[in-house]
Each structure stands twice: as C-alpha cells, then as structure tokens.
Design a protein around this ligand. Structure first.
Ligand SMILES: *Cc1c(COP(=O)(O)O)cnc(C)c1O
Ligand SMILES: [Zn+2]
Length: 410
C-alpha cells in the first residue's frame, strides 16, 4: 500500500514489508509490528482543511492514515467520535482546572475496542479472509462479534470462563461461535494462537495483528480535533496488554509528524495492583516481563503477560510517561465517584484510569493548572456484578406513604 512505508518490530526494531502478516519473524509473537506510514505521502491529503471539510464523523474520516486501501469493508456503524466532556464537577472535586472525559462506552458495542475491531473486520474483508477470530478478556470479543455480525463474517471467539455475563451475552446475541476456555486470559490467548496456525483464520488480536492499533489511534486524532488542536498535558488510560495506550500514543505522534499539532502529551498508564506487568517492568527499567498470576476485579485488564508489552514500554519511555497502580477498592470507589460527578458509568477497567488520576492529583504528580484527558474505556452496564460490589442494594419498601416517610428519614 502506497501510504505504508514498512512494518517495524516493537521489540528488536527490524523492519519488514506488508508480506509479513503478523509478528516479527525473528522475535516471535512478543515482537509485535508497528505500521510506519509514509508521512510526506499522507500529508498531501490529511490537512486541517481536509478535516474541517469532512462531514464523516466516525473513524473512517481518517482513511488517509488508516492501513486500508478503501472503505469497502467499513462497517456502517457509529464508531468513534465519542463525546468529550469538560467536567466542572470533577474539576471542583479534584481541584484541577481542565479535566476532559472521553466516553468510549458510547461506541457500538460499548467499549474502546470497537475502534480496533472496525479496522480488523475491514482488513479481513480487504484480504478476502472468510473467518476472523480473537482471544479476549471480553470487550475485544464482544466488539469483534458485533462488527462481524454487521458485515456478515464468520467468527470464532475465545474467552476465559471468567468473562462477565453481560459481555458473554453480547457474543451469543450477535451469533458468534464462542469458545469458552477453562483457563485464564493467558491460556485463552495461547489456544487461540494455536488455532490460528492450525486453521489459518484471520487473527483480530491487537497484540498480534499489526493493523489493529491503527484503529485505536483514532481516539488521539479525535482528542486533537475536539480540543481544537490544543493537546492536553496528560492522557490517562487503563492498561492491560498495552495495545490501547500505544495506539493512542501513535495517534498523537502521527498528528505531530503531520504538523497538525505542536506538542505531545505525557501518557499515563494505570494498572491494577494485582495485574501490573507493564508498570512493574517500566519501573524496573528492564525489558523483561516476569509472569505473576493476575488478580483484579477489572477483568478487561486482568493480564499476566502483556501481549503488547514492548509497545507499551516504548510509549512510556518516549512520552516521558507515568505509571501508577491502583487497588481494586480504589477502582470500585472510582466507579461511583466518577458516575456521581459526571453521569458516566464505566466498567472497572473503564474507570481504572480515573482511580489513577485521583492518586496522581493527591500525590501532586498532576498539578492544578494542567489539562488532562481521561479515557473511560468501557461501559459499566457490561459488568453489573462488579458494579454491585461498589454499592448496596436498596431496601424493599411497601407502597405506603408513612413507611416511605420513615424510610426517607432513616
Ligand atoms: C482492553 C481494555 C483496556 C486495556 O487495553 P489494552 O490494550 O489491553 O491495554 C482498558 N479498558 C477496557 C474497558 C478494555 O476493554
Ligand atoms: Zn523483532
């Protein structure tokens, strides 16, 4: 493809042409490839004027810098261009001046993953693949499931048995063939990889497929456009495999290289204390990921081996990034605090970034005159059981005004 210059390994830096389908042949699956665009070529088309004139308010407006030939595989759904809110109540609570919230729960299947799945399905169609598959803790699964349904592509979805019921329901309603794996996400990922090798299906995993994070980067483009090209000081995200944060960082870098913005944000990686391999490794300043059994209520980021760990580390190193860990209790508190101040209800991983923001403000690592964009990566309705842990059930009240008065006075 003319606009793509090469594919570059995030681990060893070797470069390849598009004939390599997935990861670095030298490093294996941990050497995820990054799509390097021919910026001078893209620049001829992608300008501020082009964006101003483009009435297509979804991720397809960025086609000049997406790894697709055209839009024949583009799902006709409202992907991306999720709202960004400036939250006064949050600013008052945190005592900082500019807090913006990007609500990714507003995507078609209610998470950030839709940006990647949209590109994955479009790419599968472009490559004339009959079957697409993914291993996922839940959101990439439900997302691929929805897009495959929309475009009529056969799909196999590998999920761990711990998947929240809401996400499983999405898969079944969308009609995917579901492989419910008796094991955790790490095991699920491995059996899916084996199946891909055996059957030759197209793998949608962002941690294997080089093109998928280019869907995720569109969130950065939107932040730039929505904030009138005033780049925020910090962008805060929850991190599991590391595809999302590295995707968003790639987006900012590309807009910078295109001359559309004049600075880059600091990327903040927030992980759960019980599943923090990216942050742990970043702090140790090594590039060796040591496995620990993941344990967190935030299922979407419950990862023992970060499958896009090198891209995530590169992101933190390049952006002068910050890594912060939060406990499950802090995540649950963040869920209700965010909902009660903004009206945005996020799933545990969706609000993990917010838990990190609270911590960084308290420690002074984020100053009160900084501008911050917080990405809320998934809707709370996907995982009601976890939400119920953050609140208590209401008492049952007889329909009687005196009982009601007593209840309200309790
Ligand atoms: C997948 C996911 C993340 C983390 O993305 P990674 O690419 O795995 O780091 C965060 N929040 C939600 C809701 C997710 O589904
Ligand atoms: Zn490599």
């Amino acid at each position: 493809m003319r606009k793509i210059k090469r594919l570059r390994c995030s681990k060893c830096g070797s470069t390849y042409g598009e004939e390599v389908m997935y990861y670095c042949p030298y490093c294996g699956p941990s050497g995820t490839l990054e799509v390097v665009f021919d910026i001078p070529h893209v620049k001829k088309k992608l300008t501020k004027e082009y964006l101003q004139d483009n009435k297509n308010h979804n991720i397809w407006r960025y086609l000049p810098i997406l790894p697709l030939d055209g839009l024949q595989g583009a799902a006709p759904l409202q992907i991306g261009f999720t709202p960004i809110y400036k939250s006064k109540r949050l600013e008052e609570l945190l005592k900082i001046k500019n807090v913006y919230l990007k609500d990714e729960g507003r995507n078609p299947t209610a998470s950030f993953k839709d940006r990647a799945s949209a590109v994955g399905v479009a790419k599968a169609i472009e490559l004339q693949k009959d079957v697409i598959c993914v291993a996922s803790t839940g959101n990439a699964a439900s997302s691929l499931s929805g897009f495959a349904a929309c475009m009529g592509i056969k799909n196999y979805i590998f999920v761990p048995k711990t998947i929240p019921e809401g996400k499983l329901a999405q898969l079944l309603v969308f009609g995917s063939k579901v492989i419910l794996v008796d094991g955790d996400y790490d095991k699920t990922f491995e059996i899916c990889l084996e199946a891909v090798e055996h059957f030759g299906w197209y793998n949608r995993s962002c941690a294997i497929n080089p093109y998928l994070v280019d869907g995720k980067k569109t969130a950065a483009f939107e932040i730039c456009e929505q904030l009138k090209f005033n780049v925020p000081d910090k962008v805060i995200m929850s991190v599991g495999d590391g595809c999302s944060i590295s995707g968003v960082w790639k987006g900012f870098k590309e807009f910078y290289e295109l001359g559309l913005i004049d600075k880059l944000p600091v990327m903040v990686s927030v992980q759960a204390e019980g599943a923090n391999p990216v942050n742990r490794t970043f702090r140790k300043k090594t590039r060796e990921f040591d496995y620990q059994l993941p344990q967190t209520i935030a299922d979407s980021i419950s990862v023992g081996i970060p499958r896009n760990g090198y891209k995530a580390l590169n992101t933190l190193e390049e952006s002068n990034g910050i890594a912060v860990d939060v406990s499950d209790d802090e995540i649950l508190t963040a869920m209700t605090t965010l909902a009660r101040h903004t009206g945005v209800f996020g799933e545990p991983a969706g609000v993990t970034g917010f838990a990190g923001l609270i911590k960084l403000v308290e420690s002074g690592a984020i100053g009160n005159d900084e501008s911050v964009v917080l990405i809320v990566s998934g809707s709370g309705l996907k995982d009601i059981k976890s939400a119920q842990k953050a609140v208590s059930k209401p008492k049952l009240i007889k329909p009687d005004i005196n009982i009601l008065i007593n209840y309200l006075n309790e």
